[in-house]
Design a protein around this ligand. Structure first.
Ligand code: HEM
Length: 496
C-alpha cells in the first residue's frame, strides 16, 4: 500500500489520541494511576476520592484550601484517596482509624519529602521532621535536650521578658489609646526571634536583619513548591534558571550564616545550641543538609506554624470578648505578672489560659491534612485493606471539630469544655502536636511562647475585631503561606 494512503488515517489516529490525552488527560491519567494503586473493600469496590487534577493532584487543595476541601471531600466517606501528583494518599477521618493506624507508630516512616517532589526536597527533604530511621534518631538526639520540658520551663522567664518588651513596642504610636493592627504582620516576628534566640543565643541587630532576610528568601521559594509541575522534578534545575538561581543563593547564604554564627559563638558560655548542632557538621559526623534544613524547619517553616497558633488564639479571643475578659481576670486576679509567677502560671494545665490555648489549637489546627506517613504493615482502615507503605494523612478538622466526641457545640469557641475532659481521652480526639513518637520537638517551647505572649497582650490591651472584618463564623486567612494564618485586622485599646 502506498505511504500517502496510510498517512492520513495514521495522523488522524495520532491526533485523536493526542486530543483525548490533552482534553481528557485528568480522567486518562487517573485511570492509569488507579490501576497501579488499586485499593478495594471486602465487596470488591474500589476506594473512592476526588478526581485526579492536572498537574499536581491535590497538593494545592490540601494546603491552601484545606478547610473547604475537607468539607467537600466528606462525601467520599470516612476513608478515601487523594493524590499528591501521581502518589496516592489515603485520608482517614475517625479517631478509631487514627488509633488503628498509630498502633505501630514507632515503626512508621514519613513519606519522602512529604510527597512534595524535587524542589521541596532541596528545601526540607532532609530535615528532622521528614527523615526516617537512624538519620531521624541521630538528628533528634542532637536537638532533644534543648527543647525538653525542663529546658522550656527554664527558658520561660526570658521568653516572658521578651514578650513584655515586644508587646510594649509592637505598635508604632505607643501613646495612642487605640490602634488597628494587621494581626499576622504585627505578631509574626515574636515567635521567629524567640526561636532564633533559643538556637543562636542573643543576636546583634545586623544578625537579626540578615536572618529575617534569609527567612524571606526561604518563604519566597515555597511558591515554586506550590506551583508544582516541573518543579517536582530535577529537570527544573535545567529549564527553570531563575528558580535554580534563587535556590542556590538561599542555600549558600543559609550555610554561610550558620557557619558564621557557629564561629562567632564557639567560646560562649553557656554554649548556644548552634555551636552544639553545627560542630558535628564541621567534624563530618552529620551531613550539612540535615542540620541546615532542620534549622530551616524550626525557623522558617515554623514561622508560619507558630504565627498561625498565636494569631488564631488572639483572633478567637477578640471575637469572644466574654472569654477574653475571663482570661484577663484570671491573669490580673492572681497578680501573675507583678508577682513574677508567670512561668509557673504558663506551665500549669488547669488554668483558663491553658483551656483557651487548647481550644484554639482544636478549632484552628495549623494543617487540615497532616504530613503523610506510612506503616510497614498492611492496615485495615474503614473496611479497606490498605497496603503496607501507603501514605496516610489525617483530616484534622474531622478529628478536632466534626468528631461526635466534641458534642453539638463543637464549632464554637468554648474553652470551658476542657474542664470535663481527661487528658487521656484527648489522645486520638485532638490533633495538635502529632500522634506518635514523632511528636513536635518544640511543643513545650511553643506553649511557653504562645502563653507568655497572650498574657502580656491581654494585660496591656483589650482586643476587638473591627466591624469591617467578617464575623459570620468564617474569618479571612492568608493564601500566600502554606499554613492558613489569620488574615484579620484587630483593634487594640490600651488598658490602664
Ligand atoms: C504551636 C506551635 C507548633 C505546633 C502546633 C507544632 C506542631 C507540630 C506537628 C503537628 C508536628 C508533626 C508531628 C508528627 O508528624 O507527628 C511537628 C513536628 C516538629 N516540630 Fe513543631 N509545632 C509547633 C512549634 C514548633 C517550634 C517552635 C519548633 C522549634 C523548635 C518546632 C519544631 C518541630 C520539629 C523539629 C518537628 C519534627 C519532629 C520529628 O519528626 O521528630 N515546632 N510540630
Amino acid at each position: 500500500m502506498a505511504l500517502h494512503s496510510i498517512l492520513p488515517p495514521a495522523c488522524a489516529i495520532i491526533l485523536s489520541l493526542a486530543w483525548l490525552i490533552v482534553a481528557k488527560k485528568e480522567v486518562f491519567l487517573m485511570k492509569i494511576f488507579q490501576s497501579l494503586y488499586s485499593i478495594r473493600d471486602n465487596q470488591n469496590c474500589e476506594i473512592s476520592g476526588p478526581c485526579w487534577k492536572w498537574p499536581n493532584g491535590h497538593t494545592i487543595d490540601k494546603f491552601l484550601d484545606g478547610r473547604i476541601k475537607s468539607k467537600e471531600w466528606r462525601v467520599y466517606g470516612p476513608v478515601y484517596r487523594i493524590w499528591s501528583c501521581n502518589i496516592p494518599e489515603i485520608v482517614i477521618t475517625t479517631p478509631e482509624d487514627v488509633r488503628a493506624f498509630h498502633s505501630d507508630s514507632d515503626l512508621h516512616n514519613k513519606s519522602a519529602s512529604s510527597n512534595g517532589g524535587w524542589f521541596f526536597h532541596q528545601l526540607l527533604g532532609d530535615c528532622m521532621g521528614l527523615v526516617n530511621g537512624i538519620r531521624w534518631r541521630r538528628l533528634r538526639s542532637e536537638f532533644n535536650h534543648a527543647f525538653s520540658y525542663r529546658q522550656a520551663l527554664q527558658m520561660s522567664s526570658s521568653i516572658g521578658t521578651y514578650a513584655h518588651e515586644y508587646v510594649k513596642t509592637m505598635i508604632p504610636d505607643m501613646q495612642a489609646a487605640e490602634s488597628t493592627i494587621h494581626v499576622s504582620d504585627a505578631f509574626m516576628k515574636f515567635p521567629f526571634f524567640c526561636t532564633a534566640d533559643a538556637l543562636y543565643g542573643p543576636m546583634t541587630e545586623d544578625e537579626k536583619s540578615k536572618l529575617w532576610s534569609i527567612g524571606q528568601q526561604s518563604l519566597a521559594l515555597m511558591r515554586y513548591v506550590l506551583l508544582g509541575g516541573i518543579y517536582r522534578f530535577k529537570v527544573s534545575q535545567v529549564f527553570c534558571g531563575r528558580a535554580a538561581k534563587e535556590l542556590n543563593t538561599f542555600q549558600k547564604e543559609w550555610s554561610a550564616f550558620n557557619n558564621n554564627m557557629y564561629q562567632s559563638r564557639r567560646s560562649w558560655s553557656p554554649t548556644p545550641l548552634i555551636v552544639l548542632a553545627w560542630k558535628p557538621v564541621t567534624e563530618g559526623r552529620l551531613p550539612e543538609s540535615e542540620v541546615m534544613q532542620t534549622l530551616s524547619e524550626m525557623l522558617f517553616a515554623n514561622l508560619d506554624v507558630s504565627s498561625h497558633v498565636i494569631t488564631w488564639l488572639v483572633t478567637l479571643l477578640a471575637d469572644n470578648e466574654d472569654k477574653q475578659q475571663k482570661l484577663r481576670d484570671e491573669i490580673r486576679d492572681k497578680g501573675i505578672i507583678n508577682d513574677m509567677l508567670l512561668s509557673e502560671y504558663c506551665n500549669k494545665k488547669n488554668t483558663f489560659l491553658s483551656a483557651c490555648y487548647l481550644e484554639s489549637l482544636r478549632l484552628r489546627p495549623f494543617t487540615v491534612f497532616t504530613i503523610p506517613e506510612s506503616s510497614p504493615s498492611e492496615k485495615a482502615l474503614g473496611g479497606f485493606q490498605i497496603p503496607a507503605n501507603t501514605s496516610i494523612v489525617v483530616d484534622t478538622l474531622e478529628i478536632n471539630v466534626n468528631n461526635p466526641f466534641w458534642g453539638r457545640d463543637s464549632h464554637s469557641f468554648n474553652p470551658e469544655r476542657f474542664n470535663n475532659i481527661k487528658q487521656a481521652d484527648l489522645r486520638y480526639n485532638l490533633f495538635a502536636f502529632g500522634f506518635g513518637p514523632r511528636k513536635c520537638l518544640g511543643q513545650y517551647f511553643a506553649e511557653a511562647m504562645v502563653k507568655n505572649f497572650v498574657v502580656h497582650l491581654l494585660d496591656q490591651y483589650e482586643v476587638h475585631i473591627p466591624l469591617s472584618e467578617s464575623r459570620d463564623g468564617e474569618y479571612k486567612s492568608h493564601r500566600d503561606t502554606w499554613v492558613p494564618i489569620s488574615n484579620v485586622k484587630l483593634v487594640l485599646s490600651k488598658l490602664k
